[in-house]
Structures are given as C-alpha cells and as structure tokens.
Design a protein around this ligand. Structure first.
Ligand code: NDP
Ligand code: OXD
Length: 309
C-alpha cells in the first residue's frame, strides 16, 4: 500500500516517520510531482496539481477538522474524503472558548488594567443567567464546547442543521429556528463548518439580533474567518451594540499587520490556534482508519461532499 503525504505549511518529516511506524507495511512518501500513484493521501491544503496527478486515491485524509479548503479543489468522484475527528482538538476548543467567555464575563481585562495601576477596585458581580451562550454547530467540537460551558452553569443554547436533544442544552435547529436561537443568546460561539450556506452568517443583521436585539452581545469566532463579514464587526463594536469579540480565524491568514482588528480595544486576536492538530493522536487516528478501510469496514468522519462537511 502506498501513502502520499502532501502538507502545505507543515514540515512533513515527523509525519512521514510517524505514519511509517503506525503502518509498517505501507510505503509512505512525501509527495513530489511525478510520484507513483498512491492508494491513500494524508494532506493539508494540497495544490490542485497533487489531486490531478493522484487521481486514483481511495482515501484523502485531512489533518484538520475543516475541509473547506480541500472541497474547493476538483476531487475524483470515487475518492473518500475523511476529516479529522477530534483527535485532541475538542478539549483545546473547550479550554479556549471557556477562557474567552470567562475573561469577558468576569471582566478580567478591567482587573488587569486596574492591577497594572496598583488599584484595588471591584466591579459589580454579574449574573450568569444574563449571559446565555449560543453555540453554532453541535458537531464534534461544538457539542464538547457547549457541555464545557454548561459546567460553569451558564444557560447554553445550541444550533445545528438537524434537530438534537442534548442534556443541559436548549437545542435549536435549521433556518426556521435561527432567529430564536440568536435572540436567546448573548455570547455567540461559532463552530460551524464553512459551506456555501454558512459563509457570511455572522453579519450586521444576525449579530444585531443577539441578546434579544439589546446591546451587550459578544462574539467568539473559532471556526473560519469567512463566516464573518469582517466589515460589519467594527461598526457594531463602536456603536456599543456588541461588547466585544474574540477572534481566532480571519478571512485572510495570517491577519495582515495593518488590519484594524489587531488594534481594536474590544477585539482579542489569536493566530488560528484555538485547537491545534496533535500529531501523535492524528497519525494514530488516520492509520486506524486506513487499516479499517482496507479491511472494508466503515470509518467515522467521512465528508458528505454535497453538504460541504
Ligand atoms: P462537525 O462536522 O462535527 O460539526 C458541524 C456542526 O455544524 C454540526 O452540528 C452541523 O449540524 C452544524 N451545521 C453545519 N451546517 C449547518 C447549517 N447550515 N446550519 C446549522 N448548523 C449547521 O465539525 P467540527 O465540530 O469537528 O468542526 C467545526 C469547524 O471548526 C470545522 O469545520 C473548522 O472549520 C473549525 N475548526 C477550527 C479550528 C481552529 O483552530 N480554529 C480547529 C478545528 C476546527 P448537524 O449536526 O445537523 O450535521
Ligand atoms: C482545522 C483547523 O480545521 O485547524 O482543523 O482549523
């Protein structure tokens, strides 16, 4: 069995070594143009030329959860596209979102500023019932995040494409319930996949509906930059309608040095690192799936191309 590795922005050596150790019978090679046909590929943002040359792949394994970049390519119809299924990401996402939420709710930026000025000052305590959290996307990452937030006794709403019943969450589903979900949520966490339906879903109109249309909403975007209409955010913050935003993902990455988000006092920027790919767990998951596919068994995380995730 031949495995081609094609990782943009990642050094391949440790991946190749790990895959060789996990799949001892396989010939694992870093892809070069003109390489022989492989049976499976392990990829991150591969170029179209890779797909065009490797047209007989049985499986393409993405080393991330989001497959939006991969699905932009012309892919052979018979090839199974498999996304990363947690592999150590959901706990990181839960940490990141809880940190951003609690930092905002407990006003730690205020306390940091006061401490720097050696001032012993208090803010009036806030009621968590006044800060219902809405999680968009209740998949592998969203559900874990929603459950983690619920542990801190915030009211939690969740929104997904298909209806769900998750203990401790008020679940909304589909376009018909989107407005009610937004109105019932004050802190909005985005964990949707980027698809034609979800592109631009965070915009002036939708963000204005948070918190029942009253000021004070807060945005945490950890999914993809193109979910947010970036030009709509700053006016909502400057008018006071939104209280702030924590953003991990951007339309253009790396975020250009002159982008207004870097310096806006109500925006916290992190460099697309809310949940990093953990190499060991990822290799173990992919190797396990390749062996299962070779035995003719079903695997989790197979992307439905028509729906885009
Ligand atoms: P999943 O595919 O497991 O979950 C996707 C969820 O979104 C599902 O609940 C799905 O609904 C819901 N959904 C999809 N389309 C719609 C829609 N049109 N309306 C309402 N709900 C919708 O994905 P993951 O949880 O694993 O990952 C989510 C995203 O997080 C990834 O696609 C990626 O972009 C991003 N990500 C970001 C990282 C970072 O470091 N910033 C790291 C990893 C991922 P249903 O359950 O009904 O299908
Ligand atoms: C992913 C990511 O999709 O890192 O896994 O963004």
């Amino acid at each position: 069995m031949r495995i081609a590795v094609c990782l943009t922005d990642n050094r391949p050596d440790a991946w190749i070594e790990g895959l060789r150790a996990a799949l001892p019978g396989a010939d694992v090679q870093n892809w070069q143009p003109g390489a022989p046909q492989a049976d499976h590929a392990v990829v991150w943002a591969p170029p179209q030329s890779f797909i065009d040359e490797q047209s007989r792949l049985r499986g393409i394994f993405n080393i991330g959860a989001g497959v939006d970049a991969l699905l932009k390519l012309r892919l052979p119809p018979q090839t199974m596209v498999v996304r990363l299924d947690d592999a150590g990401m959901s706990v990181q996402m839960a940490e990141y979102v809880c940190h951003a939420l609690i930092r905002h709710f407990r006003e730690f930026d205020f306390y940091d500023a006061e401490a720097r000025a050696a001032r012993w000052a208090f803010r009036k305590p806030r009621e968590r019932e006044d800060f219902p959290v809405g999680v968009m996307g209740l998949g592998v990452l969203g559900e874990r995040v929603a459950r983690a937030v619920a542990q801190f006794e915030f009211p939690v709403n969740g929104w997904s494409r298909s209806p769900k019943a998750i203990e401790g969450l008020h679940c909304f589903a589909g376009e018909a319930e989107f407005g009610a979900f937004l109105g019932a949520s004050r802190v909005l966490v985005n964990l949707l996949p980027l698809t034609e339906t979800t592109r631009g879903i965070l915009n002036r109109e939708t963000l204005s509906r948070l918190n029942g249309g009253k000021p004070g909403g807060y945005l945490i975007n950890v999914a993809r930059g193109a979910h947010l209409v970036e030009a709509d955010l700053v006016p909502l913050l400057d008018s006071g309608h939104l209280a702030g935003a924590t953003l991990d993902v951007f339309e253009v990455e790396p975020l250009p040095a002159d982008h207004p988000f870097w310096r806006h006092p109500k925006i916290t920027v992190t460099p697309h690192g809310s949940a990093r790919t953990m190499r060991g767990a990822t290799i173990a998951q992919i190797a396990g799936k390749i062996m299962a596919i070779e035995r003719g068994e079903p695997v989790a995380g197979v992307v439905e191309r028509e729906r885009g995730y």
